[in-house]
Design a binder for this molecule. Structure first.
Ligand SMILES: Cc1cc2nc3c(=O)[nH]c(=O)nc-3n(C[C@H](O)[C@H](O)[C@H](O)COP(=O)(O)O)c2cc1C
Length: 205
C-alpha cells in the first residue's frame, strides 16, 4: 500500500512516499534489503563522526529473539508491531569523540541514521514505523546494556498492508490522511513565531 504525502509542492518521491503503517503484509524482508537499510544508516552524518547510533535487530522468523524485542515496547506498540517481520531497537552510545555531554546530539544523530534507513527502505518498497513508545528499563535488562548506552526508539520494518488486508482494529489508522503543520508555523526569520518572508503567498490550508 502507498500513502504519498499531499505536499504543497513537488519534493523527491522517496520523501513523499515514506509513511508509518500500522499493518504489514506477512512477507518477510530479504537479507540483502535488510543489509542495505543498515548500510544506509551507517553512512549518515554525525557530530564529530562519532556514529553514536546502535541497533538491536529482531526478526519474526526467530520467535525467541522477536518476542524479547517486542516485549521492550509499550503495550500499544506491541499490539500492532507484533505483525511486522522485522523490529529494530535504536540506541545511542554515550561515548563522544569530543568528551562533553553527548546525549542530545547523539539522539539527533540516531534520528539521522533512522532517516537514512527509512529512505533506503522506501526505495526498496519497504515501510518503517518508528516508535518512541519503548520500555527503556526493560531493554536495559533484556540486553544487559552498558551504562553509557541509552535506548531511544524502536523501528518496525516491513511491507505495508493494503486497507482490505488490514485488521479492522488498525484500519482507520492505516488509511487516515497524512497531515502536517503549515510551513509558516515552522520557518521564521525576523522574529520568533513570524513566518519567514519567503513564505508570503503560501497556501493557508
Ligand atoms: C521518533 C518517533 C517516535 C514515534 N513514536 C511512535 C510510537 O511510539 N507509536 C506510534 O504508533 N507511532 C509513533 N511514531 C509515528 C508517528 O506518529 C508518525 O511518524 C506521524 O504520525 C506522521 O506519520 P507518517 O510517518 O505516516 O508521515 C513515531 C515517529 C517518530 C519519528
Amino acid at each position: 500500500m502507498r500513502k504519498p504525502a499531499p505536499t504543497d509542492r513537488p519534493i523527491h518521491p522517496l520523501l513523499a512516499e515514506r509513511w508509518s503503517p500500522y499493518a504489514f503484509t506477512g512477507e518477510d524482508v530479504d537479507e540483502a534489503d535488510l543489509l542495505a537499510l543498515f548500510e544506509a544508516a551507517r553512512w549518515a552524518a554525525s557530530s564529530y563522526n562519532a556514529q553514536p547510533w546502535r541497533f538491536i535487530l529482531a526478526r519474526r522468523r526467530e520467535p525467541g529473539a522477536f518476542e524479547r524485542a517486542l516485549s521492550c515496547l509499550v503495550p500499544f506498540n506491541q499490539s500492532w508491531a507484533r505483525h511486522a517481520p522485522v523490529l529494530a531497537l535504536g540506541l545511542v552510545h554515550g561515548g563522544s569523540a569530543a568528551g562533553g555531554s553527548p546525549i542530545p546530539v547523539a539522539a539527533h544523530d540516531l534520528g539521522l541514521a533512522a532517516a537514512s534507513l527509512t529512505v533506503e527502505a522506501t526505495h526498496r518498497g519497504l515501510a518503517v514505523h518508528q516508535m518512541s513508545g519503548i520500555a527503556a528499563d526493560r531493554i536495559r535488562g533484556a540486553y544487559a546494556l552498558p551504562e553509557d548506552v541509552l535506548p531511544v526508539t524502536a523501528l518496525a520494518i516491513g511491507y505495508a498492508a493494503a486497507p482490505e488486508a488490514t485488521p479492522e482494529e488498525w484500519r482507520e489508522r492505516q488509511v487516515r490522511p497524512r497531515e502536517r503543520r503549515r510551513l509558516a508555523e515552522l520557518v521564521f526569520e525576523e522574529r520568533w513565531g513570524e513566518p519567514a518572508a519567503f513564505l508570503a503567498g503560501e497556501p493557508e490550508d
